[in-house]
Write a protein that binds this ligand. Sequence first.
Ligand SMILES: NC(=O)c1ccc[n+]([C@@H]2O[C@H](COP(=O)([O-])OP(=O)(O)OC[C@H]3O[C@@H](n4cnc5c(N)ncnc54)[C@H](OP(=O)(O)O)[C@@H]3O)[C@@H](O)[C@H]2O)c1
Length: 164
Amino acid sequence: MSTVLITGANRGLGLGFCQRYAEAGWQVIACCRNPEAADQLAELKQQYQQVQIYPLDVESFPEIDSLAAHLSHEKIDVLINNAGVYGDNKDRGFGQLDYQAWQQTLTINTMAPVKIAEAFFPQIKRSEKKLIVAISSLMGSIADNSSGGSLFYRSILFAIKNAH
Ligand SMILES: NC(=O)c1ccc[n+]([C@@H]2O[C@H](COP(=O)([O-])OP(=O)(O)OC[C@H]3O[C@@H](n4cnc5c(N)ncnc54)[C@H](OP(=O)(O)O)[C@@H]3O)[C@@H](O)[C@H]2O)c1
């Protein structure tokens, strides 16, 4: 059975990925900040036995390491770094930027995907597919940036693209 690990799995695109992979018969390692509040994920797990749910706040690098150690026996075919935040605050634009929030955004959207890839690399190497996916956005495109703004979100996605 093929295995996918998905971060930010409790809602939005992450939950959608979990649903599609579960339907396709994959083992799904669904990671989210607060499994106890992840009702839709819990429903999916009831429907598909091969769905496993683990707590993971990607901002916490020790948590990433400890989950990777806990799952050291696994083979991961596809790793989807989906968890992300917008980060920008429309009330604190240029002139009053919140650099702490920017740093947090960079940690979650830019460094964490690389840290997760590093931590789970042994499990990925064991598979044949060896696919590490980072979800980017059109907003990360320099060519497409005609509207400006969203400094935190655009900067992080640009950095993720460069990492590829
Ligand atoms: N939707 C779009 O149109 C679109 C377009 C381009 C790119 N994207 C990218 O696609 C990804 C998913 O987008 P989405 O629309 O599904 O976003 P979303 O609905 O806002 O969901 C974001 C997910 O990331 C999780 N998350 C945020 N910070 C986290 C952290 N520190 N640790 C673990 N999980 C964390 C959230 O968990 P909580 O529920 O705990 O907050 C949630 O599960 C993002 O990376 C986004 O930048 C989306």
